[in-house]
Design a binder for this molecule. Structure first.
Ligand code: HEM
Length: 347
């Protein structure tokens, strides 16, 4: 067993861990490793949003353009696609790109910003958005329930911990895995503000300490009784939790939540989904995970099944969590409705 915190990010703690030094997790899990040589990574969510079949064609063509852009110039090192229907009933498709450092992303952006800035984007008849998050490596953690596959930022980092990690399998494990939690409270301050450039092009200036999660499920290898359990019991509860966050999340500090299905376009594997949400702070996210009946129930089910199967579970879970500075979030919405992403509840 090793610490989730990479050796070069360990430092003397001024803040306690929630688990004891000799804690033994009830099941194994791993974290992504790999040093890109940079202290700040880039994750970009590029989305299209529409309502109605006629606009659907246009939206899909725009998404193809976004995917093409992600592969052109200083290309994103991992690109994934996913789709969801949002709380206002609009269809959304998103391409997610990961870059190893800000310089790589900025070079890429130089090549594509004219397309985004073109006033024609405001008259596509389809909503367009880009949400860039630049987590510092000290404020990022990942978790994988299986050792054979990486996802998301893990694919870009390229490696995983050689051994299972210690800080997981209990409430508070997420915070304990964040290197910054050794010395920082990871609190938030400030507020989100909408800055309108034109009536149809809006930016959101965000606040310090936003917590971002992408939490994935992969049931592509799940069969038999385990599949029935996932389909009939775990997934419906997960969906209820995701719907709650989407529709009522603001009151508990969840700025927005998307329950996305990974797209099978361009060779994507079926049977994969993830929840993606942004929160006022890490504490609000922890509070939902630990106390909301939906997540408590799926956490309990997972624990029960993993123990009954002595760790031979085919359901794979992963997540990546980041705590972000205000200026490490670039949020632009063109022709999108008011509940989209970080616009939701912003003033
Ligand atoms: C942690 C199960 C989906 C948010 C965990 C843990 C388990 C789990 C077992 C503990 C991980 C560890 O430390 O070893 C599941 C299952 C899911 C699911 C079975 C779906 C089938 C989600 C989703 C979200 C989420 C979609 C939010 C978008 C969290 C958070 C934690 C967590 C924030 C960290 C709690 C903490 O360490 O304090 N989940 N989860 N989970 N999960 Fe989920």
């Amino acid at each position: 067993m090793e610490s989730a915190i990479a050796p070069h990010l360990r430092c003397p703690r001024s803040r306690e861990r929630r688990s004891a030094d000799d804690f033994q997790p009830p099941f194994p899990a791993w974290t992504a490793r790999g040093n890109t040589g940079s202290s700040q990574l880039v994750m970009g969510y590029f989305g299209v949003q529409w309502r109605g079949d006629a606009e659907g064609e246009k939206a899909k063509a725009l998404l193809s353009e976004l995917v093409r852009q992600l592969g052109t110039g200083v290309a994103a090192q991992n690109v994934e696609r996913a789709e969801f229907i949002d709380g206002a009933g609009w269809d959304n498709e998103v391409a997610i790109g990961y870059w190893p450092d800000e310089a790589a992303y900025q070079s890429w952006w130089q090549q594509h910003q004219a397309w985004w800035a073109d006033p024609a984007r405001e008259n596509e008849g389809v909503g367009l958005y880009r949400e860039l998050f630049l987590p510092r490596t000290t404020h990022l953690e990942t978790l994988f329930s299986a050792s054979d596959r990486l996802e998301g930022v893990g694919i870009m980092l390229g490696e995983r911990s050689a051994e299972p990690i210690q800080e997981h399998g209990y409430w508070g494990g997420m915070r304990d895995r964040l290197p910054a939690s050794q010395t920082e409270a990871l609190a938030s301050s400030g507020a989100r503000k909408i800055v309108s450039e034109t009536p149809r092009r809006r930016f959101v200036s965000s606040h310090e300490g936003v917590a971002l999660i992408r939490s994935g499920q992969d049931w592509s290898d799940v069969t038999g009784e385990e599949l029935a359990l996932y389909r009939d019991r775990i997934e419906p509860t997960l969906r209820a939790g995701m719907d709650f966050l989407r529709d009522e999340g603001l009151a508990i500090g969840c700025h927005f939540n998307r329950y996305m299905q990974v797209s099978t376009a361009n060779g994507g594997k079926p049977c994969r989904s993830f929840g993606m949400s942004a929160w006022r702070d890490l504490a609000a996210m922890e509070n939902w995970a630990e106390h909301h009946p939906t997540h408590k129930a799926i956490f309990g089910d997972f624990l029960q099944v993993v123990q009954a199967l002595q760790g031979r579970l085919d359901l794979r879970l992963f997540h990546e969590v980041a705590v972000l500075q205000a200026d490490a979030q670039i949020l632009e919405y063109i022709g999108c409705h008011d509940q989209t992403g970080m616009l939701n509840g912003a003033v």
